[in-house]
Design a protein around this ligand. Structure first.
Ligand code: PLP
Length: 447
């Protein structure tokens, strides 16, 4: 189907009829996009952008990978829809492959259409498995925009939806640069974050707590890499009190952190892992929960009270099978790890040396953030927390400068995240960082 609309027609139809996420409808003017390939996409006027956002940090394998496009086309010719109560080859194979790359005995997969639904169902499983109702969820987290997932979310996106889900109790995770515990070293931050969580479990009553949910590496709230020992400590706490550990790897999983799942970096096995995005790079909507043998056994003779019409959709599963196979054949996980160690990490740290406004550089794999400040000593953010409108202007100027030079950045509050496809070449990554380098002169002017 080629509608052959020009950019002005797309803009007009979009404005009249498309209701966009997270936006005041009258205040936005989305860029009409004509196509994409690899690490690039281009607009209807032919201007090309290097995608340092991977859209919403989901295009891990790059845009329009031919093997995945072909798998979707081939599947569309065979079977385009199938109710969840049936079995078929691509659904079975997608689940088998996901179980194969998942740690430990996480061997069964409940398919959803995205990340929020995965978290909803993980919490449902944890509550039914334990017979308890509370869920401990972190500040500075994002778990999705459906009713339960937004209630688990620990950032301002939840405010308009409060009071949300009963039984959600909030805790502080580790974040040394802005420590909630006044820690000064990684080891101290780790120890105090674990001790805080242990205290919280005690005062809430362990017998009431079904799950602790965390983003293994926190994504949109700042690419917060946990200190050594933190995940193992949370795992031990969960084991001690029979609490289900849910790792939300919707953003961190499938090569983003240079591992199949980010937990592999620390050798920790959660009870449930939620995934979406990178599993098939979002070519067709897909998410899910990978389930441990113990939790799966709970539902062996007892019905699981949840389901979705499109659970295990054939086009989504075919694209996941192709994507995981491509990741293996083309060593995408290894490439992301090498990219982080040899290109993104060193080059971004060099930016911090040149630009006083860069307060901290952190990340791993193809998952990095630059946190921008007005003053390195006080760490005052370049724009205030939750800044919008004129208060966010410095970051808006920085983003505009990147876009003018053909780099599509991922800007959130006082941070710019560097989250390109995990398949980006070293030269492309360096070219993007050179544009960022020039744009950071703008941030320095506010320093
Ligand atoms: N969990 C995390 C960590 C995410 O980053 C996101 C989306 O960005 C979600 C859950 C929600 O996923 P979805 O938008 O597919 O519902």
């Amino acid at each position: 189907m080629d509608l052959d609309y020009d950019a002005a027609t797309i803009r007009r139809l979009d404005k009249d009829h498309v209701f966009h996420s997270w936006s005041a409808q009258a205040q936005i003017s989305p860029l009409p996009i004509a196509g994409a390939e690899g690490s690039w996409f281009w607009d209807a006027d032919g201007k090309r952008y290097l995608d340092f956002s991977s859209q919403l940090v989901n295009v891990n394998i790059g845009h329009q990978h031919p093997a995945i496009v072909a798998a979707i086309q081939e599947q569309a010719g065979r079977l385009t829809t199938l109710a969840p109560g049936f079995a078929n080859d691509v659904r079975a194979e997608a689940a088998r492959l996901i179980a194969e790359v998942a740690p430990g005995d996480l061997d069964q997969v409940f398919f959803t259409n995205g990340g929020a639904e995965a978290n909803e169902n993980a919490i449902r499983m944890a509550r039914l498995h334990t017979g308890r109702h509370k869920v401990l969820a972190a500040y500075r987290s994002y778990h999705g925009a459906t009713a339960g997932a937004i209630a688990l979310t620990g950032d301002p996106r939840r405010w308009a939806s409060e009071p949300g889900l009963p039984g959600v109790v909030r805790y502080w995770g580790p974040y040394l640069y802005r420590s909630a515990f006044h820690a000064t070293t990684e080891a101290e931050e780790c120890e105090r974050a674990l001790s805080h969580l242990r205290d919280l479990v005690a005062v809430e009553g362990p017998q009431t707590i079904a799950a602790i949910i965390l983003e293994t590496v926190v994504g949109t709230n700042g690419i917060l890499v946990p200190p050594e020992g933190y995940l193992a400590g949370v795992r031990a706490l969960c084991d001690e009190f029979g609490i289900v550990l849910v790792a939300d790897e919707v953003m961190a999983g499938f090569a983003r952190c240079g591992e199949w799942f980010a937990v592999d970096r620390w050798g920790v096995t959660p009870d449930l892992i939620t995934f979406a995005k990178g599993v098939n790079s979002g070519y067709v909507p897909l998410g899910g929960v990978v389930i441990s043998a113990e939790i799966a056994a709970t539902f062996a003779d007892r019905p699981f009270p949840g389901g979705l019409t499109y659970s295990g959709h054939p086009l989504a599963c075919a694209s996941a099978v192709a994507s995981i196979n491509v990741m293996r054949d083309e060593k995408v996980v290894e490439n992301a790890r090498r990219l982080g160690d040899e290109v993104l990490g060193p080059e971004l740290r060099a930016l911090a040396e040149r630009h006083p406004s860069v307060g901290e550089v952190r990340g791993l794999g193809a998952f990095w953030a630059l946190e921008l400040v007005r003053d390195r000593a006080t760490r005052e953010p370049l724009v205030p927390f939750n800044a919008a409108g004129p208060a966010a202007a410095p970051m808006g100027e920085l983003a505009a400068a990147c876009k003018a030079e053909g780099l599509w950045p991922f800007v959130h509050f006082n941070r710019t995240h560097v989250v390109p496809p995990c398949t980006i070449s070293d030269d492309e990554a360096r070219a993007g960082i050179a544009i960022l380098d020039r744009a950071l002169d703008i941030a320095d002017r506010y320093y």
